[in-house]
Design a protein around this ligand. Structure first.
Ligand SMILES: [Zn+2]
Length: 139
């Protein structure tokens, strides 16, 4: 059965001293730390929260997988530099990466340059281009 999820159901509604069930919003009576009117509301609330969290993880994983595939295809074609415009056309989203670090200066790289990682690929970005490095251990 599909559960319709409403963000408002995740909020702990507190109106003065009046407490409401986190799932259905009915007034609560009894202990002050009570959050749900019954086990059914508690279970439905937690199931909906887990489902939402799972969907968020899947969404981020899809972006990371797409970015990884773009970097892999560049690597396979020995492309070391590509414009952000072309990257975007290929489906790359620079907002998603698996890690980043600022290594010390070395010839050819400005101090403070952020190196981004997408699994074992690493790259740097400037305003117009992405520069693909090789695997993580070589940084
Ligand atoms: Zn309830």
């Amino acid at each position: 059965m599909a559960v319709s999820f409403r963000m408002s159901n995740l909020r702990h509604i507190r109106t003065g001293e009046k407490m409401e069930c986190l799932w259905c919003g009915k007034p609560l009576w009894g202990r002050s730390d009570k959050k749900f009117c019954d086990a059914g509301c508690r279970s439905t609330y937690h199931n909906a929260r887990r489902k939402r969290e799972g969907e968020e993880v899947k969404k981020v994983n899809r972006f990371l997988a797409r970015n990884y595939n773009v970097l892999k295809s560049l690597d396979q074609r020995h492309v070391k530099c590509i414009s952000i415009g072309k990257l975007t056309e290929m489906g790359f989203n620079p907002g998603y990466f698996t890690g980043s670090r600022i290594p010390g200066p070395r010839p050819g790289r400005k101090a403070g340059t952020v190196v981004y990682f997408c699994y074992d690929y690493s790259y740097t970005l400037n305003r117009t281009h992405l520069y693909l490095h090789s695997v993580r251990k070589e940084i």
